[in-house]
Design a protein around this ligand. Structure first.
Ligand code: SF4
Length: 284
């Protein structure tokens, strides 16, 4: 216990140089815009025997690779995996009626995101090799307002799914995400079965994670009644001509990029999000 007590004080003292470890975020920033810890809350957490027992030395902790978004995701952070190595993605991409047959991520990996692929492969391996427990995850190196799970890639299996839930829980417990986490997935089978897995056990509020179901099919209007079990909203994609001919209102993008819009990151956000297929999208 002594070791970690010392550790937390050291980190408070060196806060400017090395961002928080197990510090509670106060919701305030200093004059340079750096997040400030809530010292009372941090100490209360440190006194909790369960927290102490769960601490894993930093050098044994596991990190996921987080990258900055581009395009609509500019200014956001995301945890991606390699769609090219996931059986579910390959199967979906082979069906020409499904949106995955136009997978934007697979195209990006051949182009300007080529260099990210090793990191996304590494994330996939970490998430899916075994269920990584909450206490083994490291917190993010800095406080970020929002994190998106899988701007690229998808959940491969139940181990991957549960590891991500545990990763999210750790970020909540360490106040590494000051807003919420937005998870976009097509894996309605896993969401129906496991939901916000482990959240109860760690007292994580349900709305800390916003689950968006990515409609498998493009040009297929789905409404609130079609939101699958365990999801907060549904996300549809339409070709421009189809949307115009069928009077479908495209709302995604009308409030700017995700960092400004945030409709998919808040519990009061839109229940149905309609996006126009990116120009130049073609079957892969
Ligand atoms: S509706 Fe807003 S938050 Fe959701 S994907 Fe579109 S721009 Fe991003």
């Amino acid at each position: 216990m002594k070791r970690y007590t010392k550790c937390i004080f050291d980190e408070m003292a060196y806060y400017d140089r090395k961002p928080k470890k197990y510090l509670a975020y106060s919701g305030k920033v200093d004059k340079h815009g750096k997040p400030l810890p809530d010292i009372d809350k941090s100490l209360a957490r440190l006194d909790d025997p369960e927290v102490i027992a769960s601490l894993v030395p930093d050098d044994l902790k596991i990190s996921a690779y987080l990258d900055k978004g581009d395009g609509k995701m500019k200014g956001m952070y995301g945890v991606s995996t390699d769609a090219g190595s996931i059986g579910f993605c390959k199967k979906m991409a082979g069906d020409r009626k499904k949106i995955c047959s136009m997978c934007y991520s697979l195209k990006k990996m051949k182009g300007f995101k080529k260099k990210s692929r090793p990191a996304w492969k590494s994330n996939l391996k970490i998430f899916s090799k075994r269920i990584v427990p909450v206490e083994e995850w490291s917190q993010l190196d800095y406080v970020v307002p929002y994190v998106r799970i899988h701007p690229n890639g998808e959940v491969s299996d139940y181990k991957h799914y549960k590891s991500i839930c545990n990763f999210i829980i750790m970020q909540y417990l360490t106040n590494s995400v000051s807003g919420t986490v937005g998870w976009f997935t097509k894996r309605k089978d896993l969401v129906a079965k496991y939901g916000k897995w482990n959240f109860d056990k760690y007292n994580v509020p349900e709305d800390f994670l916003q689950m968006t179901y990515s409609n498998w099919y493009f040009n297929k209007e789905a409404t609130t009644g079609d939101i699958p079990t365990g999801f907060d909203r549904i996300f549809n994609v339409f070709e421009k001509d189809f949307a115009e001919e069928n009077g479908i209102e495209i709302n995604c993008g009308t409030k700017g990029e995700c960092a400004r819009c945030r409709e998919c990151y808040k519990s009061s956000g839109w229940k149905v999000v309609n996006e126009q297929l990116k120009s130049g999208s073609k079957k892969i």
